[in-house]
Design a protein around this ligand. Structure first.
Ligand code: PLP
Length: 378
């Protein structure tokens, strides 16, 4: 059998990781400012993480949600504390798409409505409703096409008001990334998020904060929506949650009451996933990683703004977009192959920085020097 060929790949085989560095099969070192797409939150091979997972694996790897799993309660408790959302309820699943799928579905169960408001540039995942709420017709299969999802321009308060005037009580939920990732690192304004909160409250619509990429401390606050000082009804999360172990979740406001069978999963909340997520939260808390994301992020943004040939710098904390002019389209590839630095990309020409939250200023400087070198080369 051969692989189903859907990924354009770089000809590099990464075999080892340590902190913000990864190593290929030839022993070459790379600085990882991509984290396998915002997944590596506490660094590769973090000793506490390895120890926690190893200990658990030696005890029990998996049993289903039909039995008591105290680790889930511990995770809910710690997540509530670190995210400062103690009154929320936790539902565990396996990925970002699944988290959003459950969030959108739960909203519809809650208010019995069908319409979803999403935004231009949004990416919410590839499962049926999540992909329908994703602004990329290429990945929406005919079976997932629906008139239930309405796309509005991002950060346009008037368009949002107009939509509520037009659809009012038909709108089940509004889903928004606090910082659009795939869309090119675009920050939702505080006033736009506040407007969403007030209109959704007014119409008993569910406010879903997609925090799959921008959450978990990356922006310098636990959820990037926290910058606007608003509380969403549901937060979805995944990527940074397990530092590479597949886990996703939704944190659900206490106003939404569950009933048996409403949501469910085979693998979600398994013992290993819970332990991975606990190790991540314990490390974020103990090592002050949200403060580090803010300070190293601010440093990077400040320095990058002095670079001549950069068109725009966007983002918050350690979620940074560097928009380059078209003639510098080669920079990202050269950073990888010539400077051995992994970064992410967004179309058409944005370099995305999504490093581990414990990246040091020295590592940030290594990137700044490499970028300076690249920009002076062309
Ligand atoms: N939501 C956002 C904002 C994302 O960036 C992604 C993935 O890139 C997803 C949802 C989907 O997550 P997953 O790939 O884990 O299904």
């Amino acid at each position: 059998m051969k692989l189903f060929d859907v990924y354009p790949i770089n000809p590099i085989e990464i075999v080892k990781g340590d902190g913000s560095y990864v190593y290929d099969s030839k022993g070459e070192e790379y600085l990882d400012l991509y984290g396998g797409h915002a997944v590596i939150s506490i660094g590769h091979g973090h000793p506490h993480y390895v120890q926690r997972l190893t200990d658990q694996l030696n005890k029990l790897g998996f049993y289903s949600n039909s039995i008591e799993i105290p680790l889930q309660k511990q995770l809910a408790e710690l997540l509530g504390k670190v995210s400062d959302k103690k009154n929320y309820q936790l539902f565990l699943c396996n990925s970002g798409a699944e988290a959003n799928e459950n969030a959108l579905k739960l909203a519809s169960f809650y208010n019995g409505r069908k319409k979803v408001i999403a935004f231009k540039g949004a990416f919410h995942g590839r499962t049926s409703l999540a992909v329908s709420a994703t602004d990329n017709p290429k990945i929406i299969a005919p079976v997932n096409e629906t008139e239930n999802v309405v796309f509005l321009p991002f950060n346009d308060e008037q368009a949002l008001e107009d939509a509520f005037n037009q659809y009012g009580e038909q709108i089940s939920s509004v889903i928004i990334e606090g910082i659009q990732g795939v869309g090119g690192i675009r920050v939702a304004t505080d006033s736009f998020l506040k407007k969403i909160r007030s209109l959704t409250t007014q119409h008993d619509t569910i406010f879903i904060a997609d925090s799959v990429q921008c959450g978990y401390g990356r922006s310098g606050k636990f959820y990037s929506h926290d910058h606007a000082v608003v509380e969403a009804d549901i937060y979805s999360m995944a990527k940074g949650m397990g530092n590479g172990f597949p886990i996703g979740a939704i944190a659900i406001s206490s106003k939404i009451e569950p009933w048996f069978g409403e949501l469910g999963t085979t693998f979600g909340g398994n013992h290993l996933a819970c332990v991975a997520a606990l190790a991540v939260l314990e490390t974020i808390e103990k090592d002050g990683l949200i403060a580090n994301a803010e300070s190293v992020g601010n440093y990077l943004m400040h320095e990058l703004k002095n670079f001549d040939r950069v068109e725009e710098i966007r983002g918050r904390g350690l979620m940074i977009g560097i928009e380059l002019p078209e003639e510098l389209a080669q920079v990202r590839k050269d950073l990888l192959f010539k400077n051995h630095i992994f970064t992410g990309e967004a179309k058409p020409n944005v370099i995305r920085l999504l490093p581990a939250l414990n990246i040091t200023k020295i590592e940030a400087d290594r990137f700044l020097e490499a970028l300076k070198e690249r920009l002076s080369t062309y």
